[in-house]
Each structure stands twice: as C-alpha cells, then as structure tokens.
Design a protein around this ligand. Sequence first.
Ligand SMILES: [Zn+2]
Length: 251
Amino acid sequence: MQCLIYNERIFMKQSSILLFILFAAMQLQCSCLSSRSTIKKNEYGLAVVSNKREYRKTTSTDSSRKMVALSSYLKPMNTDWQYATVNNFTKQILYKKPDAYLRMEAAIALQKASEELKTKGLGFKIFDAYRPYSVTKKMWSVVPDENYAANPAKGSGHNRGAAIDLTLYSLQTGKELTMPTPFDDFTEKAHHDYWQLDSLVLINRQILKDIMVKYGFLPLATEWWHYYLPNAAHRFELMDLNFKEMKKIVK
Ligand SMILES: [Zn+2]
C-alpha cells in the first residue's frame, strides 16, 4: 500500500512537470506568433521586419533566432561580395559595404563545418549571406524570372538570414577550388544532378555538399553554391534592415 501511494506521488509529480513543460512550450509559441502578427504586412501580405523594435520582438524569446556577424564564427573569414560590384547577373551594384550576417543557429552550424574543413586544409569563401529584402526587390526589378532571382512575393532564405552562397578555397594557396560553374551561373551546369564534369570538379562539389548537409543545411538543386536551413520560411521572418543597421543590432 505504501508502495502504491509512493508510486502515485511520483506519477503526480511527473505529470505536473510534463504539464508545466507543455504549458511553457505553448507560451513560447504563442509569444513568437503574437510578435509576428504585430509586424506590418507589405504589399504582398508578407510580414517584413524593418526596424530594430520589430527585430527585438521576434528574437527576444529565442536566442538561436538572433542575427550574428559571421566573422565572429568563421576565422579566418574569406569573402567575395560580387553583389557589391557590377560583376553579377544584374550588372548593377546591389548593395554597398556588405558584411556576412546569419541567424545564430546557421552561424554555429557553419562554424562547426568550418572547423572540420580546416582539418582538410580547406575553408569557406562567402559570396552572400543575409540579404536585405529590398535587395531582393531590386534584383527582381532587373530580372523578374524565378529561374534567376527570388520572387519578392515569397521572399528569399537570404532575407531570413537562413541561406548562404559559398564555395571552398585552399587555406594553403588561398585559391578557390574549381567548381562546375562560376557563382550565379544559371545554366544546367550549376545543377547538382549535372554529371558531365571533370572528376575533380565533381569531388569538389561533393565535398561542399557533404559538409553543409552534415551540419544541417539543405542544398538547392539548381545552384551548387546555395545552402539553407530547413523550414526557414516558417521559422524566421523576412528582414529589411540594411548592413549599417544590422551592424548596430548584432553588437
Ligand atoms: Zn543564394
């Protein structure tokens, strides 16, 4: 009998703990959803975080959602900002003085991937990370084709701080590894299922894919350089803070 009462007490205690966890999780979800619903919708009906106050609202309950400077996670950090030059598919300067920002979850994953790459004598070279929503609109105004640019009616993983464009380079020589195409080449050659390539190129593309997938990123079938976090559209808001504003926010 004593044993029965004892077990009953344990059961009650465990049930209370479970109920408490469930309640806390519901509260967290509610606070996330309510903070999203207070953000003004744009012409496409999308909630786009466009100031510091909205950013704080959407990140205060979960630190992994915060935006961080990738330079604090990747050392050394190698970049090639083609969108800050006219050397890109739009032939226009799309932004000035960029820096690499991502959600903390993505930055931590990339840091782990980078540490493993170092043991192979390799590093990441970043072409683009977080991209303000207004830049996506600018790209679309020049090239309104979903084969080449993200439709602002949907937004891009880059606008959510959850996508990155990158390649590999040798830490010893500083030279990029040869990949199937240059960055932003929109031919079939850039597709992951394009196999008529030199065996060394196939190996390089596979090294990049393997390391990114291992640390939680998904590949984009049509662009060997683009990787993103799963379910980004449901987990992270679109953002339209420029690089200057972002620099202040991540401090
Ligand atoms: Zn991309």
